[in-house]
Structures are given as C-alpha cells and as structure tokens.
Design a protein around this ligand. Structure first.
Ligand code: PLP
Length: 454
C-alpha cells in the first residue's frame, strides 16, 4: 500500500475514533462516508487525494465569496499580526467598530445597534432574550408579554432557546421537557399545505390562522420569530410573495416584536443582501450569522432598533443592563474577516451581479424538475430545495430508512459535487462567486445523481 493511501486511511480512522460528528448517526458513519478536505479555491474544495469538488452548499450556506478569497485571507493575516483576541467586555477594538459601522449601513433602515456573538444559534438566543427583557422594562412596561410565537418547520439553531422556537420534530422533539413552550403557527409549506389549500387560490389560510393566534395571545406575546422568505433547514420552503410584508403588518398591528432570523438567507442568498429587503420590511430585531465573516470564522450579530436599545438604558441600579456576552464576543480576527467580506460586497457589486447566475441556475434545474421522483423544486435566488418523493402523483414520501437523500449526495460526491440533503430534499446553495460553467456542472451532476438512485 503506498504511503499516501496509508496516511489517508490513518486520518480517517483517527477522525472516526476521536470526533463525534455533528448531526450524524455515528453508528452508520463509515470510513467510506468520510471525505477529508485539504484545501479550497473559489467554489471548489479539494480532498486529500487531490480531487476537486464543487462546494454546492458553500460549506454549510456560509462561504459567500468562495474559498481563499484574497482580501479576506489578507485581512485575517494582518489582524493576526496586530492582536488575535481582545475582549469586548469593557474594551473595544477597531475591527469590531468598523464591522458594526459597515453593517449598519446595509441592514434595513431603522436597525441601529449591533450585538455580536459567534453563531447563528447565539444570535437567535440573544434576539429572544433581548425581546423578552425589552418587554419587561421598556417605558411603560409590558411585563405580561413573556411568550413567543414561531412556526412549524422552523429552524433557528440548536441551543435551547433556539430549539424552543424551532418546529422540526426530528431535531427538536427529544428535548421537549427542557424547552419553554411557544405558540406555533403553521408555516406556508405550499406543496404540502397543512390546510389542504393551494396557493394563490387559498388567499393565505396560513396568515388567517396566524392573525387569529396573534389576536388571541397579543397581551402575552413578546415577539414573533421568522425565517424571512425561506425556511431553510425545513427543506427550502419558500414563502409566497407578500407573506413577509403581511407578517410585519400583523406584528405592528398586535404590538408583537418581529424577529427576522436572516442567519441562512442573509448576505445575498435570496438575490438581495437581506431577505427582508425583498419585501421592504424592517424587523425590530434581526439575527445574522453564517455569511457575515464571508464563511471564514465564527461570527454572528443581532441587530436591533434604537427603540429596543433604549429599553435597556438606565442607571446601573435599575438593573436594565443586557447581561449577556461571551469570551469571544466580537473577536477581532472574525470582525476583520467580516469587514473584508462587506468591502467585497460593495467593491465587487456582488449582489448586483447575481441575477444572471440565478437565472442560469433556474434553467439548469428545469431538466431535474421533469424527473419521475422529483415532487417539487423550490428556488429563491441561490437557495434550492429539490424534494424527492416515492410517488409524484400522491406526493408520498420515501420511508425514512431508505435514506434516498443521503444516497443521492454520495452519488454526487463520486461525480465531483459536495451537497447535503435535508431528509429527502436535496439542497443546493453554492457560493455567490460560482461561475456559469460551474452552475451548469452543479445541475448536471445533481440530475445524474438523482437518476442514479431513483
Ligand atoms: N437560524 C437559521 C435560519 C439557520 O438556518 C441556522 C443554521 O442553519 C441557525 C439559525 C443556526 O446557526 P448556527 O448553526 O451558526 O448556530
């Protein structure tokens, strides 16, 4: 056996012996499943054998400008030469200040304050705590407003607060006793409408149910939390036009704060910088993560309006302080990467250049939609979900044990594409820097891989 093969086998053995992989059934995770990545460039990743793959999910919906983007690489290296970490508790540093300033220039108008953290889950956790505490101590005070309304099929992260407002049983049900109870509204999963209706004839039965819940519980609700435009982890469930705008109107009407969780959809993925922009919406609180540092380092932000921020002001002994913050909150390296990321968006006019690529992707998906076991393709910008079904006519699902989605992504891997399924929904979410030729290849491989399995 040659040395390179032996080294790789050793790496995989060591990995499987020492790492408990996230969201992974370890009993079924075999050496053949482990792909060891060595490097990346642009929309490509290369494994330890030197094989290239299109990174079809931008390293979990986060690497927006591709791998080894020169400006971000440089920003991190230069920051290392200054200081790698210094706390934001009582001190400040230039990258955090610069990043917050730049972020506030591009988030929906009316959001004025940035609170840093390290992951999408923590950004959501902060949003929930902020909304809760704000209601308790805002001028006039609404101490009875202590509950949250969220949606079925929602995913907001895997810390306990985020799980409490989540709505995916597979991930969340087991933790039931640990969670705080929330009010759940049906999300618009139009392909499998919970009201048995069909859009647009339905005229939004789901929104009528939501309005009923808001009207009934307004006096006890601190906030509503939503993934704007697309519920990502549920399988790219795209909301119909006008839905988000109506949510904003209803929150205002019933005095419930609106939290927009843009962790997945933010930073260009829907075709605009932020999904809320697509419907001219400003939430009261917005959670950002993933693409904030360009997919380089763990950084997240919870951005709030001045009104929310003011609710926390007072003398120390009024105890209105937001007592929250982690060791690495606003880490300088991550903030330096984020500043470079935001500069790239501005200087390379990234969002302005997306329309052509999105169209190309739409075209590339058309042959896939015709396949016998593709129930529906949902696309919003660079976010795509291909729902595979056992029977296209009845929309019957495959039994979970068949693991069709997983088999498709292993086929894709053989053909040079890295993607990840959500159950039997094949998700594509390439980096925004992907070329037209790579988009074509991404679609071709996806088509062949589905055909190889069903
Ligand atoms: N919110 C949404 C909408 C997400 O899609 C995710 C992750 O996929 C999160 C929050 C959690 O982010 P993280 O995995 O960085 O904690």
């Amino acid at each position: 056996m040659n040395g390179q093969v032996e080294k790789k086998r050793q790496l995989i053995d060591d990995g499987l012996r020492s790492i408990w992989f996230p969201f992974t059934q370890m009993q079924e995770f075999s050496p053949e499943d482990v792909l060891v990545i060595a490097e990346g460039k642009g929309a490509l990743l290369r494994d330890v054998d030197g094989r290239d793959y299109i990174d079809g999910v931008s390293s979990l919906w986060t690497n927006v400008h591709g791998h080894r983007k020169e400006q971000i690489d440089r920003a991190i290296k230069e920051q290392v030469d200054r200081v790698a970490h210094s706390t934001l508790l009582g001190l400040a540093h230039e990258p955090a200040i610069e990043c917050a300033k730049k972020l506030l220039e591009i988030v929906p108008k009316g959001l004025t304050r940035v609170f840093y953290s390290e992951s999408g889950s923590t950004a959501v956790e902060i949003a929930l705590k902020m909304a809760f505490q704000y209601q308790k101590q805002a001028a006039g005070g609404n101490p009875g407003k202590t509950r949250f309304i969220s949606f079925t099929n929602a995913y907001h992260g895997d810390t306990l607060g985020a799980v409490s407002v989540g709505g995916i049983d597979l991930f969340h049900a087991v933790y039931g006793e640990l969670l705080f109870p929330t009010i759940k509204a049906e999300s618009p999963y139009c392909y499998r409408c919970p009201f048995g209706a069909s859009y647009p004839v339905c005229k939004f039965d789901c929104l009528r149910q939501l309005e009923y819940l808001l009207a009934t519980h307004a006096s006890e609700l601190a906030a509503l939390i939503i993934e704007p435009l697309v519920q990502g982890a549920a399988g790219i469930l795209v909301q119909p036009p006008g839905y988000l705008k109506r949510i904003r109107e209803l929150c205002t009407q019933y005095g419930v704060l609106m939290i927009a969780d843009e962790v997945a959809v933010g930073f260009g993925k829907t075709g605009k910088m932020f999904a809320c922009e697509q419907e001219g919406v400003t939430p009261d609180i917005m959670a950002l993560g993933k693409g904030l540092s360009g997919g380089y380092l763990p950084l997240a932000a919870t951005v709030a309006t001045e009104e929310i921020y003011n609710g926390f002001l007072g003398r120390f002994d009024e105890f209105k302080t937001f007592f929250h913050g982690h060791t690495y909150t606003g880490n300088p390296l991550a903030c330096a990467a984020a500043v470079a990321n935001l500069n790239i968006f501005a200087e390379e006019r990234v969002v302005e250049g997306l329309a052509g690529k999105i169209k190309r992707l739409t075209q590339g998906l058309q042959p896939i939609a015709k396949l016998g076991h593709v129930g529906e393709i949902r696309q919003r910008g660079f976010m795509v979900g291909i729902e595979l079904v056992a029977d296209k006519g009845t929309k019957e699902l495959y039994p979970p044990g068949a693991r069709i989605g997983n088999r498709v992504i292993l086929e894709a891997r053989k053909r040079g594409l890295i993607i990840r399924p959500l159950g039997d929904v094949i998700v594509l979410m390439p980096p925004l820097c992907i070329t037209n030729e790579e988009i074509d290849r991404l679609c071709e491989i996806t088509l062949e891989s589905i055909q190889a399995v069903v």
